[in-house]
Write a protein that binds this ligand. Structure first.
Ligand SMILES: O=C(O)CCC(=O)C(=O)O
Length: 267
């Protein structure tokens, strides 16, 4: 019943919040661990008040046991079918005072990326974006801004669709929830970073899920797909480093199937 309610919300509105994915007594440990990894390895090109760490799972595995949460995987499976994969794990910390970001849909619908499905794209869910709330998401600290229902549109503000990426949208909402919850978005949903007006960092890990049949190779540094679509054209693309075999070997058994496509091959 719970799953049915979440699925309805996700299909109709393009988003839902799954609560209690990380047990209350584990949240602080995971948050500290993620904050330490982001502080040590953050992407230097990110804005100063956004902590951004692509390939988070390579640096910190504190959140790994929860990636195979039964409720969450049931939801992912109902949307993407059997044998889903994790395509991204990105440490994302919005520090106090960060600026509002631009409206966008995520890879592969963001029209600025080298690897994108060109608009007008079909009305199908082919990728899910999840934000793991390691702090509560509130209006004050900048719960992700969303335009409910926008996932059914065949384009988004990165594709020159007539909506100014930096202007508030009349029906926007902040996605809120208690720490330990997971915000699930259809990756087509228009969303934006909200300003954090609190005095604490809004810490999260962004985990994205793909169906087994979606080609994610353009994200992999060194792949031929990436050379063709990004390096040879000069178009920008996200980079997700391969997972070292030693990290993969230590992941909990139920989590390994989500990552086995991304394990680094021996040189
Ligand atoms: O941090 C947020 O609330 C939004 C992050 C975001 O837009 C993204 O990762 O695509």
């Amino acid at each position: 019943m719970q799953l049915e309610r979440l699925l309805l919300h996700l299909k109709l509105d393009g988003w839902c919040v799954v609560e209690d994915v990380i047990p209350a007594d584990q949240i602080e440990h995971v948050r500290h661990s993620v904050e330490a990894a982001v502080a040590a390895h953050r992407n230097p090109a990110a804005p100063p008040d956004i902590g951004h760490l692509p390939g988070m799972i390579n640096f910190d595995q504190s959140f790994a046991p929860f990636l195979a949460d039964e409720n969450l995987l049931a939801l992912v499976g109902a949307m993407l079918g059997h044998h889903p994969r994790i395509s991204f794990t990105t440490g994302t910390i919005n520090y106090p005072g960060n600026e509002r970001g631009g409206w966008h849909a995520d890879w592969p619908f963001n029209q600025n990326n080298a690897g994108h499905i060109p608009a007008p794209y079909p009305d199908a869910t082919v990728h899910l974006t999840t934000l793991w709330m390691l702090a509560p998401f509130t209006e004050e600290n900048g719960g992700t801004l969303l335009v409910p229902g926008s996932h059914r549109s065949p384009n988004n503000p990165t594709g020159d669709n007539g909506v100014d990426p930096l202007t508030p949208y009349p029906t926007e909402v902040n996605a809120c929830g208690p720490a330990g919850s997971v915000l699930v978005l259809d990756s087509r949903l228009w969303h934006a970073t909200a300003p954090n007006r609190s005095h604490q960092p809004r810490t999260s890990v962004v985990v994205r899920y793909a169906p087994w049949w979606l080609n994610v190779e353009v994200l992999r540094p060194g792949s031929d797909e990436r050379r063709r679509l990004s390096e040879e054209t000069g178009r920008k693309e996200n980079a997700v480093p391969s997972l070292p075999a030693s990290v993969f070997a230590e992941l909990p058994a139920p989590v390994q199937p989500l990552f086995r496509h991304w394990v680094a091959q021996p040189e």
